[in-house]
Design a binder for this molecule. Structure first.
Ligand code: SF4
Length: 367
């Protein structure tokens, strides 16, 4: 819920939302959940008779590059980087072209996909009525100790898929009425994604691409995505490099590189503003997960956003932190957050002038 809308929340809204929640729960028993995606199946996403229409004049960024052949060239350039892999800030140099796995454990040039389906648990402007066309990619170069998807990101659960199969997943999600193609944890598979986009664009794909990343990205790779990605959806997890190193496998460069990445993403796609139909088609949407005991340095982090990015930058202040995987080895992150911790971050974001907050736990803000 938007920050301003939260103030106008009424009992009627509550009842309406409760009804929607019940419907959502019912749907979730039918549709795979966001946090526990199902393995890829060959089951087609149910098709709708009338695909959900985008605003007519919208054209996703990558189509022009597909037409000129530059999309294919960029994909090949990223692919070549896997020869001594530098795709993510680990820069571990694994010879993925020679079949070697690096720190992220992606199998050489192989592509492992955990699930692909319409997802109704993402931010509202991404979900709309048709859902976000989410493709969960396995493995991860960041490897947070509290990852709630660790079976996918750490253990690599999923099925090996070809570029053509990835392209077909995108097209199937489009036929099913999704509003976007949402690639989750894309960094180590960015060459595969671009190749698949090129194939899918040639077969009629026209949905915006959501780059759903940890935020820990290399500038050189981001610049290759310029003019291809329509919506950047990065996490901004930590302000402090010691915290990043402690909980994300030594990634002490996380705060610095993620700040640089946010600036570059904003330069490329600008402030996220929904179209007339309420659906997001382009822009930067930042996620910040509030963690217990201020592990994320949340107030300083939102202050930086207000100072360095436009005041109406979309910031989702997330409340759903749940200890998972190895979080119980660290007492300070072995519990959920409380209302006071959440309120402090929202108040901090408001006090520095951020105007486009997605305040998920708005009920905690009521007196
Ligand atoms: S993407 Fe994987 S293989 Fe490549 S640098 Fe990062 S951790 Fe190493």
């Amino acid at each position: 819920m938007n920050d301003l809308q939260a103030k106008e929340f009424t009992r009627r809204d509550f009842l309406a939302n409760t009804a929607k929640l019940c419907l959502g729960v019912a749907l979730s028993s039918i549709l795979p959940s966001c946090r526990t995606p199902e393995p890829v199946t060959d089951e087609p996403t149910p098709e709708v008779e009338e695909p959900v229409a985008l605003v007519p004049e919208f054209e996703p960024a990558y189509l022009e590059l597909h037409r000129t052949g530059e999309l294919e060239e960029r994909a090949e350039e990223l692919w070549a980087i896997m020869g001594s892999c530098q795709l993510c800030p680990r820069r571990c140099g694994a010879d993925r072209l020679g079949g070697v796995s690096g720190f992220c454990r992606a199998p050489g040039t192989g592509l492992i996909v955990s699930g692909a389906h319409a997802h109704f648990g993402e931010e509202r402007p991404l979900v709309g009525g048709g859902g976000s066309g989410t493709i969960f990619l396995s493995h991860c170069g960041l490897r947070c100790v509290f990852c709630q998807n660790y079976t996918i990101s750490h253990l690599g659960r999923g099925s090996e898929r070809s570029i053509e199969e990835l392209a077909e997943m995108m097209l199937r999600l489009q036929r099913g009425g999704c509003h976007n193609i949402n690639v989750v944890t894309p960094t180590h598979y960015s060459p595969h994604i671009l190749k698949a986009l090129d194939v899918a664009a040639g077969k009629g794909l026209h949905l915006p691409v959501v780059y759903n990343t940890s935020g820990w990205e290399r500038m050189e790779v981001l610049q290759q995505l310029d003019g291809i990605v329509d919506i950047y959806l990065p996490d901004f997890k930590y302000w402090d490099s010691e915290m990043a190193a402690k909980y994300s496998a030594g990634a002490e460069s996380y705060p610095e590189l993620t700040r640089e990445a946010m600036l570059e993403m904003n330069r490329q796609v600008g402030v996220a503003k929904p179209a007339k139909d309420g659906i997001m088609q382009r822009g930067l949407m930042i996620r910040h997960l509030v963690m217990p005991n201020d592990v994320g340095g949340s107030v300083r982090l939102v202050q930086w956003i207000a100072e360095e990015l436009p005041q109406d930058t979309y910031v989702n202040i997330m409340a759903q932190y749940t200890p998972a995987h190895r979080a119980y080895d660290y007492p300070e992150i072995s519990r959920r957050i409380n209302a006071e911790e959440y309120r402090e971050v929202v108040d901090g974001a408001r006090s520095v002038g951020l105007t486009n907050l997605d305040v998920q736990a708005y009920w905690w803000l009521e007196d």
